[in-house]
Design a protein around this ligand. Structure first.
Ligand code: ASP
Length: 330
């Protein structure tokens, strides 16, 4: 008798698991059932925001639902990452983050989410090189002159960044630690407001993505001191890299990826991945990214495995560098 009721209980439990799995699948087939929000961890007008907005147009076409961009700023992108990690597992909130997702575990002693286990990885998106730029009226006209200027004005030179944990902060940290001169860092909520202050002369230096800096470099509105890649950029062939100019091996690339919360059903993550691939193949998107010297990730990386590989290897790469520089946030 007891055995029978146990069996009945077991059958009922398995049945409800099956029903739940089936209803998840039915929902997954219908996805998206409402507008999809891409969560950008930095303010509007910055490079992460710019790429997200560019992708949202073809993604809307593919999804048959509006794809909107929302800026959830602060704490180097960890507030946005936590928001998506804790969101319903239905694919309607998508995180679009950069390299900062893999530097945060070293920068923050305690994160409110688990980087490797709280997300479904959708795929890598783009890789953006960076440039070291200065306010238009900064007396130094090239990198050599900048080094002399910094030596003479150590206490008053300011370096902007898009907040603790931003890739601009990472670049600034590498720059100052290679120089051996700690400069005053001015944090903003994103590159949008940071670059406005560089253009206005309120802050001296900024290391940031070509996505935003190239237009001001081309218009001669900022001073340019070098690029953060090992090879020169095709868009700036006459501009030496920082590595070439004495900062041996200096290399920071802002790579980007897309994520949803862990447990989102595979048909949904596959549809987001297909929408992303569709967007990256769009002629307007390709032309605009090429114009900004932003590279589309190779097809094998625009995959969940490609992104996971990248996050894991970047956590391993930056952890010891950040620890050695003693650059902790909390
Ligand atoms: N480029 C920024 C950073 O330094 C973020 C942004 O505004 O996109 O992380």
């Amino acid at each position: 008798m007891k055995l029978t009721s146990n069996l009945q209980g077991l059958l009922a439990a398995s049945f409800s698991v099956l029903i739940l799995a089936f209803s998840n699948l039915v929902h997954a087939e219908d996805y998206p059932t409402k507008p999809v929000t891409i969560v950008v961890p930095f303010s509007a007008g910055g490079p992460t925001d710019a790429v997200a907005r560019l992708l949202s147009v073809p993604m809307t076409k593919f999804m048959g639902q509006t794809v909107i961009v929302e800026n959830t700023v602060g704490a180097g992108g960890t507030i946005a990452a936590n928001r998506v990690a804790k969101s319903p597992k239905d694919g309607h909130l998508v995180l679009f983050h950069h390299i900062g997702i893999s530097t945060a575990p070293a920068l923050y002693s305690k994160l409110p989410y688990d980087t490797l286990n709280d997300f479904e990885y959708i795929g890598q998106v783009v890789n953006a090189p960076m440039t070291l730029i200065g306010r238009p009226n900064l007396p130094a006209n090239n990198f050599k002159e900048l080094l002399v200027y910094i030596q003479k004005n150590k206490d008053k030179v300011t370096l902007a960044n898009a907040g603790p944990g931003a890739v601009s902060q990472l670049c600034g940290m590498l720059f100052t630690s290679q120089l051996g001169i700690p400069l005053t860092q001015i944090p903003y909520k994103g590159t949008g407001p940071a670059i406005t202050d560089v253009l206005g002369g309120q802050v001296d230096l900024l290391c940031d993505q070509t996505t935003n800096t190239l237009q001001h470099i081309r218009a001669n509105k900022v001073k340019l001191y070098g690029t953060t890649t090992l090879k020169r950029l095709s868009s700036l062939p006459d501009v030496p890299t920082l590595s070439e100019q004495g900062l041996k091996g200096f290399q920071v690339v802002a790579w980007h990826g897309m994520y949803v919360s862990k447990g989102t059903p595979a048909p949904i993550t596959e549809k987001i991945n297909a929408a992303l691939k569709f967007a990256l193949a769009d002629a307007d998107v390709k032309a605009r990214l090429a114009e900004l010297n932003v590279e589309i990730a190779p097809p094998e990386d625009v995959t969940p495995a490609g992104l996971k590989r990248q996050v894991e290897s970047e956590i391993k790469k930056w952890g010891p560098i950040i620890k050695a520089a003693g650059a902790f946030i909390d």
